[in-house]
Design a protein. Structure first.
Length: 193
């Protein structure tokens, strides 16, 4: 006499558990990618706000310590900066060390004011983005090609107006790199006045 089985066999239970685990893993992956996208968007917005603030400070101090109308040009163009903008940088390492003059405490000339603003801006960027110093770089340079900056090369050609370029890597995570590319970047042109 055969006894009718009630319930599920162990094989059926294992198949159901495997299907549920696969679905759960897929949902986790989608949520993880959505979280990474949200973090990336927040960092990009933060970098844009920081760049805009720097540009506003540059333009607000446009004629700082100018002695005549000829020195009242964008970026403190004057003899103090040898005919170049006091804000123009040539490498990511420019203005990484604290200047000898603290312009919050004493009056500064054009070049000192620019160096102080750039140092303060670069010092705050990693903290704003919650990134380590080696995962974010920034520069204010002349560039009319607007090539994307990388962590090792700002891609500034030295021509045209001033631009702010920032490149960063979220946390060095390989999944983030696969999702967003090797370098995340931002380029903001400084308006001419």
């Amino acid at each position: 006499m055969l006894v009718k089985q009630r319930g599920f066999s162990i094989l059926e239970v294992m198949i159901a558990v495997t299907i549920l685990a696969s679905l759960g893993l897929g949902i986790y992956k989608l949520q993880f990618e959505a979280l990474l996208s949200s973090q990336q968007l927040i960092i990009k917005q933060t970098m844009l706000q920081s760049s805009t603030t720097l540009i506003q400070q540059m333009l607000a101090n446009l004629n700082y310590a100018s002695s005549d109308n000829d020195s009242m040009q964008v970026g403190f163009e004057s003899s103090v900066c040898q005919g170049n903008s006091c804000y123009q940088e040539y490498s990511y390492n420019d203005h990484m060390n604290e200047p000898s003059v603290n312009c919050q405490l004493i009056a500064c000339n054009q070049a000192q004011q620019a160096a102080w603003l750039l140092y303060q801006w670069k010092f705050q960027l990693p903290q704003l983005a919650n990134l380590s110093q080696e995962h974010i770089v920034a520069i204010v340079c002349r560039d009319n090609s607007l090539l994307k900056p990388t962590l090792t090369n700002p891609n500034c050609n030295g021509l045209g107006g001033l631009v702010v370029k920032i490149a960063w890597l979220l946390r060095g995570n390989s999944q983030e790199t696969n999702l967003f590319g090797e370098t995340n970047n931002l380029i903001v042109e400084v308006p001419q006045r």
